[in-house]
Design a protein around this ligand. Structure first.
Ligand code: CP
Length: 321
């Protein structure tokens, strides 16, 4: 693959920086890569010889494992580093950690970090490609892309689709990536949450705001239900989890009484019985596990494009050509 023809540039920090054409190209590139994960031998030589470091400073199940599967299925060599068990625990800085990894001749870094801006900070200081796997409240671009791919799989063209993001928008990097990506593709986007869980500037992002779940469900074709990020909350954002479920929970009664056939997404991990009831999460409207499956293909597409691959060559790349 050519290193000069970088379709996405050097890094993927957020969907805010991407053009609609680039977002569509990532989705289209993911399509042929989906099939690799269905094979008995799930491996193609697309990233053979590349070394990728997965640097996770916050907990993760889906994103970390999905990146690792994507890297291995494209034949990259991978190393996983968590803050626990590394010299970060002794006080080593992010940049020193990354520079030491660079000294071992790596090619890409996938980073999850609790601070908004950490991925960009790193990308500006090291020559390797940097992929943001979630930074504070800022963005989680591959989650946004896999959500959009899942909606497109089930509903077709995003243009004119009405997608409501329900829940803890204030603490959510997933919400921001969804808003940037979906609006660029022509979808109508709304948010629904108690005022205490909405950023003050949310309307500047071009979204409609609903304060009542009933209004949101009346309006929407798709609900993307967010986790209440209890670990980022001091007391006082919601009176109680029970009350939150009563006023904002996505319950089977609300979904079944909706005027349209709702598609239900959730990025995970879920607080069952808080923001979403189990019978909705596991029910016929839910595409939550499709999101997880699509996550591997999206991450393969991003890795391939950042390594210099071209969207129109993805079909032949999947056949090892
Ligand atoms: N959706 C998501 O980012 O999940 P993890 O925190 O498990 O990676």
């Amino acid at each position: 693959m050519s290193q000069s023809a970088h379709f996405l540039g050097k890094d993927l920090i957020g969907l805010e920086q991407l053009e609609a054409e680039q977002i569509r190209a990532i989705l289209d590139t993911a399509e042929p890569f989906k099939e690799i994960s269905e094979r008995a031998i799930k491996k193609v030589p697309v990233l053979r010889g590349k070394t990728i470091v997965n640097l996770f400073f916050e907990a993760s199940t889906r994103t970390r494992i999905s990146f690792e599967f994507a890297e291995k299925r494209l034949s990259a060599d991978t190393v996983n580093i968590a803050s626990t068990g590394s010299s970060v625990q002794k006080g080593e800085t992010l940049v020193d950690t990354a520079r030491n990894l660079e000294a071992m001749r790596i090619d890409m870094v996938v980073i999850r970090h609790g601070s908004s801006g950490a991925a960009r900070f790193l990308a500006e200081r090291i020559p390797s490609n940097v992929i943001n796997a979630g930074d504070g409240r800022h963005e989680h671009p591959t989650q946004g892309l896999l959500d959009i791919l899942t909606i497109r799989d089930h509903r077709g063209d995003l243009n004119g689709q009405r997608i409501c993001i329900v829940g803890d928008v204030l603490h959510s990097r997933v919400a921001r990536s969804n808003i940037w990506g979906l609006t660029k593709l022509g979808a109508e986007v709304a948010v629904c949450a108690p005022r205490t869980l909405l950023p003050r500037d949310i309307q500047d992002l071009g979204v409609t705001v609903f304060g009542r779940i009933e209004e949101a469900i009346e309006w929407a074709d798709v609900l993307n239900v967010l986790r209440l990020q209890l670990e980022r909350m001091q007391a006082g954002f919601v009176p109680s989890l029970r009350e939150y479920n009563r006023f904002f929970g996505v319950t089977s009664e609300r979904v079944e009484n909706a005027p349209r056939d709702l598609l239900i997404l959730h990025p995970g991990p879920m607080n069952r019985g808080v923001e979403i009831d189990s019978d909705v999460a596991d029910g016929p409207h839910s595409v939550i596990l499709d999101q997880v499956t699509n996550g591997v293909a999206i991450r393969m597409a991003v890795l391939y494009l950042l390594a210099g691959g071209m969207p129109e060559k993805a079909e032949s790349a999947k056949h090892g050509e």
